[in-house]
Design a protein around this ligand. Structure first.
Ligand code: E4P
Length: 217
C-alpha cells in the first residue's frame, strides 16, 4: 500500500518525505485555504513547489470548476504543471464526463468525494486512475467508513478494474492499518496518523530498558 500525505503544508510534506515512506501528496481547496494559498498564480506556484519536493510521487490537484467545459480547461492547466500531477475531479455528473475525457486524452484523474460503491464503480468505468472514498467523513456520519474500502476492493478485484483505491479522510493510525488490511492501494493521511503508526507503549518501555541495561555497570 502506498502512503500519500493529505496536506498543502510544506513543512509537513517535508517531514513525511524525510521519513522515507512518502509516495505522493493529495490536496484540496480547503487544505490550500488552511495554508493561506490564495489566487490562481499562487496556487499553481504552490503545486509546482510540492511537485519538486516529492519528485517520486503523484500529486493530486483539485479542480474547483463544476461544469464540463470549465473542468476540462482547469484540469488541462493543472496537468500542464508537472507530469506527476493527477487532476482531482468531484463525483458529479459533469465530473464523471470529464474523467472520461481526461482518460481519453492521457490525463490521469483522482475522483474525489466518493461515499458509495456505486460512485466508485462509475469512476472506475470512466477510467479514473484513483478513486477516493472518504472514510473519516462516513464514520463521522455514523456509518463504518472502513467497510466501504473492503466493498470497493472486492468489486474492483472481481471486475478487474485498474482504478486504484485511494482511501481518504483518514483520522487515525488505526484507519491506516484497516485500509491496508481491506485492500486499499493507497492511503492519504495527515502527518499525525502517519506518525501515529510509530507509537506503541511497549516499544517505549522496551527501549528504555535496553538503554538502561546498556549503561549498567
Ligand atoms: C482527500 O483527498 C481529501 O483531501 C481528504 O482526505 C479529506 O479529508 P477530511 O475529511 O479530513 O477533510
Amino acid at each position: 500500500m502506498k502512503f500519500f500525505i493529505d496536506t498543502a503544508n510544506l513543512a509537513q510534506i517535508k517531514e513525511a518525505h524525510d521519513l522515507g515512506v512518502l509516495d505522493g501528496v493529495t490536496t484540496n481547496p480547503s487544505l490550500m485555504h488552511k495554508e493561506g494559498i490564495k489566487g490562481h498564480e499562487n496556487i499553481i506556484k504552490h503545486y509546482k513547489t510540492i511537485c519538486e519536493m516529492v519528485p517520486q510521487g503523484d500529486i493530486s490537484a483539485e479542480v474547483v470548476a463544476t461544469e464540463f467545459d470549465a473542468i476540462i480547461k482547469e484540469g488541462q492547466e493543472l496537468a500542464a504543471i508537472h507530469p506527476n500531477i493527477v487532476v482531482k475531479v468531484p463525483m458529479i455528473k459533469d465530473g464523471v464526463k470529464a474523467i472520461k475525457w481526461f482518460t481519453d486524452h492521457q490525463i490521469r484523474t483522482n475522483c474525489t468525494l466518493v461515499f458509495s460503491a456505486g460512485q466508485a464503480i462509475l469512476a472506475a468505468k470512466a477510467g479514473a486512475a484513483y478513486v477516493s472514498p472518504f472514510i473519516g467523513r462516513i464514520d463521522d456520519s455514523g456509518w463504518d467508513g472502513s467497510e466501504l474500502i473492503g466493498q470497493i476492493a472486492h468489486i474492483f478485484n472481481i471486475q478487474g478494474y485498474q482504478t486504484q483505491i485511494l482511501a481518504a479522510s483518514i483520522r487515525s493510525a488505526l484507519h491506516i492499518t484497516k485500509c491496508a488490511e481491506l485492500g486499499a492501494h493507497v492511503v492519504t493521511a495527515p502527518l499525525e496518523p502517519i506518525l501515529g503508526l510509530l507509537k506503541h507503549p511497549l516499544t517505549d518501555i522496551g527501549l528504555a530498558k535496553f538503554l538502561a541495561d546498556a549503561k549498567a555497570e
